[in-house]
Ligand binder design. Structure first.
Ligand code: HEC
Length: 202
């Protein structure tokens, strides 16, 4: 009888010790428990929605709301997919889209976006000498990434704003599309910034 009780007490003490060790390890992060189940779905498919574009700022420098009213005839270009394919240049030139005019706020935003998304290939001054071109050599024999066209060249200067808009939306050859990363406003900011690079070229 006494031996039985001792065993029982020992067993309980041992289990409690194990539990305590587990809780301490878990508390200090040595053990993590992952919950592989999806979070509660209130609306079906709710975690696959278009992302919120949090850094779209519809204000100008003085804090006034910008006038970005859409032309009622324009097709919606903020959709999940850009409606044209890269080679549909003629269609792009005839698209009815609303140009958002440049101001210093847009140029600043364009510069920030250019540094974030375009400099790796196009370089700080847009001449096509970004680090992907100059620094990434895949192997001795490989030539690496071919330098993109100089954005301040006469050739790119000649392209219309709509064409630049189209290139950002649909991509062009080795350049992939940026439609899902850039809002309508962001694309216009970048276009104005490219024009600035072209005008600043000495
Ligand atoms: C992965 C590298 C890469 C990134 C990132 C990139 N580009 Fe490009 N871009 C290219 C290449 C390569 C070309 C040349 C495509 C071709 O052969 O027609 C190009 C072409 C262009 C052209 C057309 C130039 C012309 O005269 O035909 C524009 C405009 C342009 N890029 C703007 C941008 C902007 C704005 C960004 C940032 C949002 C950007 N690119 C990001 C690689 C890139």
């Amino acid at each position: 009888m006494k031996a039985k009780l001792t065993y029982l007490l020992f067993f309980i003490a041992f289990s409690l010790t194990l539990l305590a060790v587990y809780l301490v390890l878990r508390y200090f992060g040595y053990i993590t428990v992952q919950n592989r189940r999806q979070p509660l779905e209130i609306i079906s498919d709710m975690d696959h929605q278009n992302k919120l574009k949090a850094d779209f700022i519809p204000y100008d420098e003085e804090g006034k709301v910008r006038d970005v009213r859409l032309n009622p005839n324009a097709i919606p270009l903020e959709d999940a997919f850009y409606p044209l394919l890269p080679y549909e240049i003629e269609k792009a030139e005839n698209l009815e889209i609303n140009e958002i005019p440049a101001d210093s706020f847009m140029l600043k935003r364009g510069e920030l976006l250019f540094r974030r998304f375009c400099v790796p290939c196009h370089g700080l001054d847009g001449r096509g000498n970004g680090p992907i071109v100059t620094k990434v050599q895949l192997s001795e024999e490989e030539e690496g990434f071919p330098p993109p066209k100089d954005l301040s060249s006469e050739g790119t200067k000649m392209l219309s704003n709509k064409r630049l808009f189209h290139i950002l939306g649909a991509g062009q050859n080795l350049m992939f599309p940026f439609h899902s990363q850039l809002t309508y406003f962001d694309k216009w900011s970048l276009i104005h910034y490219i024009r600035k690079l072209q005008n600043d070229k000495k």
